[in-house]
Write a protein that binds this ligand. Structure first.
Ligand code: SF4
Length: 223
């Protein structure tokens, strides 16, 4: 449940203006993982930890030709799955999460990805970020996906003062209506990649600059 937090009318208006601006700036916004089923998205979001979506998309083109269902992943020979996902990094840990999650899917969910937060969180290696991505994209259950872009950009925009993903999620859930939760998360990824980058954000070119309170912004402006 979203923590009820009092948001001033002025802050609400600013947030709505920023949302409209993101809608205008990123009309093509979408999940940037190329998946075709809830299982594929689940695997891809596990692989995407500490890795780029572009790399995951490349790796998964071949991966999903070889592993077509939960059983293929669950029964992958020791070392083989690890080798197939090696270039995504942390491959031992990710292979373990994928294998064990797929075993659990076979045991408890008939090999299918469940569509509830509680069930998804039971899967090894699946936290709220992954669960919200799967729920939002595959089951039309809105959720805020707090990744590195969402954390950084939401802080700079003043929508949260937290670094802890659970607290950020609560702040953003309280700020936005449910139907915005998933797409707001995608806007954060697009904006975080295009302009509000971790290092040297391009504030001078940012359409949100007039509404952005980030103190570092002024320092980035030319003298
Ligand atoms: S003005 Fe700068 S800090 Fe603010 S959202 Fe734009 S790029 Fe990010």
């Amino acid at each position: 449940m979203a923590r009820r937090k009092l948001i001033s009318p002025k802050e609400k208006t600013r947030a709505q203006a920023l949302f409209a601006l993101f809608q205008e700036t990123y009309p093509e916004v979408r999940c940037t993982l190329d998946f075709r089923s809830p299982l594929q998205l689940l695997i891809m979001t596990i692989l995407a930890a500490q890795c780029t979506d572009a790399r995951v998309n490349v790796v998964c083109r071949d991966l999903f030709k070889k592993y077509r269902g939960a059983r293929d992943f669950a029964e992958a020979a020791p070392g083989e799955l690890e080798n197939d996902i090696r270039s995504c990094g942390f491959f031992n840990q990710k292979a373990r999460s994928i294998r064990e999650s797929c075993r659990m899917l076979l045991e408890h969910y008939d090999g299918r990805v469940p569509g509830s937060m509680d069930d998804l969180l039971r899967l090894p290696g699946v936290g709220r970020k992954i669960a919200n991505a799967v729920l939002g994209e595959c089951f039309h259950v809105p959720g805020v996906i707090v990744d590195t872009h969402c954390r950084r950009v939401s802080n700079r925009l003043g929508f949260t003062r937290h670094q802890d993903p659970a607290k950020i999620e609560q702040d953003l859930m309280a700020l936005w209506p449910q139907e915005h939760w998933t797409i707001y998360s995608h806007y954060m990824v697009f904006h975080g990649r295009a302009l509000c980058t971790a290092r040297a954000p391009k504030c001078a070119a940012c359409p949100a600059a007039a509404l952005c309170p980030w103190p570092g912004k002024a320092k980035k402006k030319p003298a």
